[in-house]
Design a protein around this ligand. Structure first.
Ligand code: NAD
Ligand code: UDP
Length: 311
């Protein structure tokens, strides 16, 4: 198959490109390189089945393809708030362009949605039928509301134009190829500890997240794309929940007990708790994460140790 991956030079996108090439598909990686990097895909560029297109999905594009994975959107709060108007445009204009492409080509399209559609959830753990608790006018809204509109567009193209859609809601995923300056918690803590800097815990560190290793997540994305008669949304994430302080302690234990924690202010609207209910993914995709946090952290630490040596 000819598979288009938007955001293909990013953290998750580059692993997805690699996985699909290994399965014998042709992969077109499309990216505007806002948060993605050529380093993430350099090793794929000699593969005859790999093509790279520099493009921003907020503009129209026409490409022949059989499947589309739409991952193009900055994912870290630091980066999606850098130019919030561009973030919401990627989710409204960009997703519309990808859906128009799917409509014309007949390609199946998967949208990388997010646990952020649940906002600061009042239901715990989060199931797909929970509608969420999102601030429409806060600093996170460009991303949260953008991704919610993207889901709406997906459903409307499906109902109105019979576009073959798949929606996954991804919960905090980490691993090798996150950018050193990504700003999300796992990479921040690891890079800080490796550099002997203080570990920045925001707030009191009692807020929770559930961390999924990238290999598990990519497997879930592909299963969802291949599933029959399932538009979603389907949650994909690791249901083991940790406080941010517990995460900091694990990183310190693995890298070196010399690291100190400092407490910085909690960003506005930072969700207090988050954990996916993955019963639907288990039932319909026969999917559940295999990699425990400590094992995934070791792989990620090994990656950043090498990267930091080079910088
Ligand atoms: P990332 O920032 O590493 O990857 C995003 C990629 O999209 C980058 O390569 C970036 O350059 C590209 N991009 C951004 N805007 C674009 C545009 N307008 N046109 C073309 N390319 C554009 O982040 P990631 O963690 O790999 O996230 C990938 C997708 O998964 C995103 O859509 C994100 O919202 C979603 N997601 C990720 C997580 C997670 O924990 N990693 C959680 C929920 C949702
Ligand atoms: N966080 C932190 N220190 C950091 C980065 C993040 O304590 O250096 C916290 C952040 O406030 C949030 C959690 O870690 O409570 C996860 O943040 P991240 O940006 O990774 O993802 P989010 O789930 O908030 O989108």
């Amino acid at each position: 198959m000819r598979i288009l991956i938007t955001g293909g030079a990013g953290f998750l996108g580059s692993h997805l490109c690699e996985n699909l090439l290994n399965r014998g598909h042709e992969v077109i990686c499309l990216d505007n390189f806002f948060t993605g990097s050529k380093d993430n895909i350099r090793h794929l560029q000699n593969n005859d089945h790999f093509e790279l297109v520099r493009h921003d999905i907020i503009h129209h594009i026409d490409i022949e393809c059989d499947q589309i994975y739409n991952l193009a959107c900055p994912a870290s709060p630091v980066h999606y708030q850098f130019n919030p108007v561009r973030t919401i445009q990627a989710n409204v204009l960009g997703v519309t362009h990808m859906l128009e492409l799917a409509k014309r080509t007949g390609a199946r399209i998967l949208q990388a949605s997010t646990s952020e559609v649940y906002g600061n959830p009042s239901v715990h753990p989060q199931r797909e039928d929970y509608w969420g608790n999102v601030n429409p006018i806060g600093p996170r809204s460009c991303y949260d509301e953008g991704k919610r509109v993207a889901e709406t567009l997906m459903m409307d193209y499906h109902r109105k134009h019979k576009v073959d859609i798949r929606i996954v809601r991804i919960f905090n995923t980490y691993g090798p190829r996150m950018a050193i300056n990504d700003g999300r918690v796992v990479s921040n803590f690891i890079v800080q500890a490796l550099r002997g800097k203080k570990i920045t815990v925001y707030g009191d560190g009692k807020q929770t997240r559930s961390f999924c290793y990238m290999d598990d997540l990519v497997d879930g994305l592909i299963r969802m794309m291949q599933a029959d008669h399932l538009t979603g949304p389907v949650n994909l994430g690791n249901p083991n929940e940790f406080t941010i302080l517990e995460l900091a302690e694990k990183v310190i234990k693995l890298i070196g007990p010399r690291s100190e924690i400092i407490y910085d202010p909690l960003p506005q609207d930072d969700p207090v708790q988050r954990r996916p209910d993955i019963a639907l993914a288990k039932l319909r995709l026969e999917w559940q994460p295999k990699v425990e946090l400590e094992e995934g952290l070791k792989g990620t630490i090994a990656y950043f140790s090498e990267r930091i040596k080079d910088t």
